[in-house]
Write a protein that binds this ligand. Structure first.
Ligand SMILES: [Fe+2]
Ligand SMILES: [Fe+2]
Length: 291
């Protein structure tokens, strides 16, 4: 077994490629690589269950330049490899989650799900996983423009899936890297401020051209504004309490943040998205608005 066994890549444009990290058939982690004239941006960094990501990228990009990692958010499948890069950027609203998502037993509990309990993979990753405690994150906030030389990425906040989720927009090449903020599981399970999530999503949709290409954190194909519009409708439904017929949504992983045990997990489906949410938060909101 080799660290590169879990990685493959695909060229998307002249300057953009995706590394797909996978430990089994059920889930893939998309890591986007944007090549500028003087810097390379790596957007998200996978699970960090092995240490091979940067070396893998260096096998196929010819430009030797500093590599800077920009996280869309802090879930463990997005920032595990951050320590491999020359700098690491993360929105400050995600900082509080870092210790929880670095918990080694939690990471391996999730990895066991991702690899279907494959003991050979688990043993290999126990030997090769990245220790990430000492990463010094720099803040990235809405409106920041990352100039890589000949290509720029604009940070746009998209809270909902997590409090500090950030998308990176490349105006010249007409795409946005949206992490988990816009995908089938357009989750805002831990979101406390639904109105803010909807406001930011509305603003994002208004900023994007009609034909924008959306690349997200897990799916094998790109998406369009149609998915963002479905997500907006789902958010509007939830805010308005239109939740009749919604189904319970089971917790997927054994290790969950302590606050999760108080959740009432439900899911709301609209078109191309299914949004898990905490019904207790919605009920609390309804009470507050009646008061
Ligand atoms: Fe996530
Ligand atoms: Fe994710």
């Amino acid at each position: 077994m080799d660290e590169f066994d879990f990685l493959r890549h695909e060229k998307l444009t002249d300057r953009l490629s995706v590394v797909r990290e996978s430990f089994g058939p059920c889930l893939t982690f998309n890591i986007y690589v944007v090549i500028g004239d003087h810097n390379v941006a790596v957007v998200d960094s996978g699970l960090g269950a092995t240490g091979g990501l940067r070396r893998y990228i260096e096998t196929y990009i010819t430009r030797k330049a500093p590599m800077v990692c920009y996280m869309t958010h802090v879930h463990l499948d997005h920032f595990g490899g951050a320590i491999l890069f020359d700098e690491a950027y993360l929105n400050h609203r995600e900082y509080h989650r870092v210790p929880w998502d670095l918990n080694v037993e939690r990471r391996f509990s999730d990895l066991a799900k991702f690899c279907g309990g494959n003991q050979e993979i688990l043993d290999f990753c126990r030997e090769h996983y990245l220790q990430n405690e000492n990463v010094k994150y720099k803040d990235v906030v809405d409106g920041d423009v990352v100039d890589l030389g000949g290509v720029t990425l604009q940070a746009i906040e998209l809270p909902g899936h997590s409090a500090g989720s950030v998308a990176y927009y490349n105006r010249e090449e007409n795409y946005a890297l949206v992490g988990d903020a816009i995908q089938y599981f357009g989750s805002f399970i831990r979101c406390r401020d639904f109105a803010e999530a909807l406001r930011c999503l509305n603003r994002f949709i208004a900023m994007m051209p009609e034909d924008i290409v959306l690349y997200n954190g897990h799916e094998p194909v790109h998406r369009t504004l149609a998915m963002a519009n479905d997500l907006r409708t789902a958010f509007e439904d939830l805010l308005a309490g239109r939740t009749e017929g919604d189904e319970p949504f089971p917790a997927q992983f054994a290790y969950l943040p302590p606050e999760d045990k108080f959740m009432k997990r439900m899911s709301h489906k609209v078109g191309s998205v299914m949004v898990p949410y905490d019904a207790n938060v919605l009920e609390q909101r309804a009470k507050e608005s009646r008061a």
